[in-house]
Design a protein around this ligand. Structure first.
Ligand code: NAX
Ligand code: ADP
Ligand code: K
Length: 466
């Protein structure tokens, strides 16, 4: 797992380190890391431009320019606020023949030292003007200027780097926004950092957690997933969610609902019944996709919540919980619940998502004592115990009708297998993104193709030896 730390925590840790190292040492170390990566990106080319802002981020850029000059690179710098440019960095830069210019032209690489950890809001007009006219790849110092360091929110002009070189530890922006390739330079911060604020699962974490049958397993021991989804009007959601649960784990899937005929026709291995009460025992329920929001659907949701097994509530189930808060009473508060809203469903449940998606997911997790998976290009998953997972897609192919039904089926199967609910949601989200990428391979796909790629996605995350 990769940890990410908020700017408040990073700044406090940096202060503690700075108190025991010589003045300027930390900045020079950071800048040396920037120069090293810049040389790698340049791959023999020799012209670099710096965009230098008023703070220490600009100082890093100037010191990086100093180190690059010493390696014989031609370096020019635009000072966005000459009076406030980092004095020691600028003096060092000039000393080795760095040039201050009005505009960057004819460079092979631009180093973005406009703003860093103290930035808020989009680029100001003068900086935005310079950025708009760049025609070389950009290396951002610490983070892409114009993107919020803690929320990753982009609300106007910002830098789109090919590479970001950050220091000491990763910050939320590195998981929440597009930073290009992210490189981490050690500046001795680690001993000063306690546990991270956000976590990102690595492929190996997902592979290690994904449940597979062992020698003593049979179809019951691995957890039976129940699917209460679909309706006469929307049988497709039931077919997709059931299929996802069948492909996610071995064992058994029970379907209960009005789409039984369609589900049976597509998935003969699913045990299909018309109602929850006839369904038999399960270790988790997925409820909501395509279920409708009428009285019948409410009764289904109520029964599922009353069973006392972990539940993944998606789509119409979320709308019903939002419209009729009495339904919460059916829930045993100790039984894990995973809610999987997209932004509009979130709004019905807990008000506007806003710019800070992590805060929004945490708010709802607290409010409902549930794991909340807030969908999107960047999916944020918050647990009521305070842990937060972030899963950023590398493509947007999953933004297609029915793909959410696949996600809820995956989560349900992992819950039935007994995974910790936060991990279940995180692993499902990761495999979902991967399945979308594998299925799409450069062209749009329907959710059925995403579903069909789930086995390949699981194979891709599992260790080769298993
Ligand atoms: N604190 C430390 O010990 C270290 C800090 N380092 C660097 O220092 C950076 C943080 O430096 P600072 O705290 O000085 O802050 P920044 O460099 O982020 O800049 C703050 C300045 O930018 C201006 N500004 C804010 N928002 C802006 C916007 N949207 N458009 C244009 N200008 C804007 C502000 O008026 C302020 O003058 C880090 O990101 C990192 O690059 C590194 O040198 C490593 C060591
Ligand atoms: N721009 C995007 N990039 C990547 N994934 C996305 C994007 N938009 C949505 N998704 C993902 O696609 C799925 C859509 O789910 P949902 O909105 O419930 O669709 P549906 O109800 O049609 O199944 C979610 O897993 C979500 O995270
Ligand atoms: K920057």
């Amino acid at each position: 797992m990769r940890g990410l730390w908020t700017t408040e925590r990073v700044k406090a840790a940096e202060e503690r380190v700075m108190a025991r190292v010589p003045e300027g040492a930390l900045m020079r170390r950071a800048a040396f890391g920037v120069a090293t990566v810049a040389l790698e990106v340049l791959a023999g080319r020799r012209r670099v431009g710096l965009l230098v802002g008023a703070g220490n981020n600009g100082g890093d850029a100037l010191w990086a320019g100093y180190f690059l000059r010493r390696r014989g690179v031609a370096v020019s710098a635009v000072l966005l606020n000459p009076a406030k440019a980092h004095a020691a960095g600028l003096a060092a830069f000039r000393r080795v023949g760095g040039r201050v210019v009005e505009r960057l032209t004819g460079v092979d690489l631009v180093i973005d030292g406009i703003v860093g950890l103290s930035a808020r809001g989009p680029l100001r007009p003068d900086a935005a003007e310079h950025v708009a006219h760049l025609d070389a790849p950009v290396l951002s110092v610490d983070l892409p200027s114009g993107v919020d360091p803690d929320t990753g929110a982009v609300r106007g002009p910002h830098v789109r780097p090919a590479v970001t070189v950050t220091f000491g530890c990763l910050k939320p922006v590195h998981a929440l926004a597009d930073c290009g390739e992210v490189r981490l330079v050690d500046i001795g911060l680690t001993p000063e950092l306690a546990g991270p604020d956000l976590l990102e699962l690595e492929v190996s974490d997902v592979g290690a957690a994904w449940p597979v049958p062992g020698p003593t397993d049979d179809k019951y021991t691995q957890g039976v997933t129940g699917i209460a989804a679909g309706s006469a009007t929307y049988p497709g959601a039931a077919v997709l969610a059931t299929g996802a649960a069948l492909l996610a784990t071995s064992g058994m899937v029970r379907y209960a609902g009005a789409a039984a005929e369609g589900v049976r026709a597509r998935w003969p291995e699913a045990i299909c019944t018309g109602t929850i009460t006839d369904a038999g025992r399960v270790q988790s329920w997925v409820v909501g996709p395509g279920l409708g929001t009428g009285l019948g659907a409410e009764a289904v949701l109520r029964s599922v919540l009353e069973v006392g097994v972990p539940v993944c509530a998606d789509a119409d189930a979320i709308t019903m919980l939002a419209n009729n808060p009495d339904l919460w009473d059916a829930r045993d508060p100790d039984t894990p619940l995973v809610l999987t809203p997209h932004d509009r469903e979130y709004e019905r449940l807990a008000g506007e998502v806003g710019d800070d998606r992590v805060a929004a997911a945490k708010r709802a997790a607290d409010k409902f004592a549930a794991v909340v998976l807030l969908k999107g290009h960047t999916t944020v998953i918050a647990s009521p115990d305070g842990r937060v997972l972030v899963n950023r897609a590398r493509s947007s192919w999953a933004a297609t009708a029915g793909s959410g039904d696949v996600l809820s089926g995956l989560i349900g199967a992992l819950l039935a297998a007994g995974l910790d609910p936060l991990l279940a949601a995180g692993c499902a989200a990761r495999v979902h993104v991967l399945a979308a990428e594998l299925a799409a391979d450069g062209a749009p796909i329907p959710a059925t193709s995403l579903l069909a790629a789930v086995p390949d996605a699981i194979r891709a995350v599992r260790p080769l030896t298993a």
